[in-house]
Design a binder for this molecule. Structure first.
Ligand SMILES: O=C[C@H](O)COP(=O)(O)O
Length: 254
């Protein structure tokens, strides 16, 4: 069975009621993807999640950008996975590189693994992010870093149909320096190979591996043609009408 194309919009820490209303209005103008082979999830800042859901077209789903690693309780400022589920949001992004590498946040492989494990126990679907820094790439450690990050997550996954892996090279995020289709394909193929060897051939074949890092309306088509790229996690361009072009790039993958 072909893997269903997946496009995530990570709105990061951006937006006001007014700008989100405007964004939703422009995204609502695109043709419905209800019966198209593409799944779309937009992740606003948590405080605007419900606000966005009330305004955004129903064929685009709403997810969250992070959650706490266990059951809720005395964890000031955190949002528990149960709360996300309780509010009927299905998806959460975990292990984003900004949460791994911004020194004040500093999530490590273990933190991300705990979050991935716990989010699934309450029934959330997970977009799990991995990716190497520029220094790691230049040192020739791209495969090693991605393998390490994937290996931390993989044993925690209960149902691979409910997890999407987002390969996001840190050097490509928000820099305008997108990975070439060949660079991205090479890592995606490597990740699929790792899954085949360490999880199962079925999982390697069925899991969606999406690319993130300076994806826009112009470069998405060529990336989407790559056999192991199953969609995108989009930052900056998810806040613009061109997000619709990125959603439409599922056609290039067919
Ligand atoms: O989660 C999305 C990624 O961080 C990509 O962000 P970007 O499209 O602004 O480079």
């Amino acid at each position: 069975m072909p893997r269903k194309f997946f496009v995530g919009g990570n709105w990061k820490c951006n937006g006001t009621k007014a700008s989100i209303e405007e964004l939703c209005n422009s995204l609502n103008k695109g043709e419905s993807v209800e019966s198209s082979p593409v799944e779309v999830v937009c992740a606003p800042p948590a405080i605007y999640a419900q606000f966005a859901r009330e305004r955004l077209r129903k064929d685009f789903h709403i997810g969250l950008q992070n959650c706490w690693m266990g059951k809720g309780g005395a964890f000031t400022g955190e949002i528990a996975a149960e709360m996300i589920k309780d509010m009927n949001f299905d998806w959460v992004i975990l292990g984003h590189s900004e949460r791994r590498h911004i020194s004040e946040l500093h999530e490590n492989d273990d933190t991300v693994a705990k979050k991935v494990e716990y989010a699934q126990t309450v029934g959330l679907k997970v977009i799990a992010c991995i990716g190497e820094t520029l220094e790691e790439r230049e040192a020739g450690h791209t495969q090693q870093v991605n393998e390490r990050q994937l290996a931390a997550i993989a044993p925690k996954v209960k149902d691979w149909n409910r997890v999407v892996i987002a390969y996001e090279p840190v050097w490509a995020i928000g820099t305008g320096k997108v990975a070439t289709p060949e660079q991205a394909q090479e890592v995606h193929l490597f990740l699929r190979g790792w899954l085949k060897k360490n999880v199962s051939a079925e999982v390697a074949e069925s899991v969606r591996i999406i690319y993130g890092g300076s994806v826009n309306g112009k470069n998405c088509g060529e990336l989407a043609k790559q056999p192991d790229i199953d969609g995108f996690l989009v930052g900056g361009a998810s806040l613009k009408p061109e997000f619709l072009d990125i959603v439409g790039s599922f056609r290039s993958s067919l």
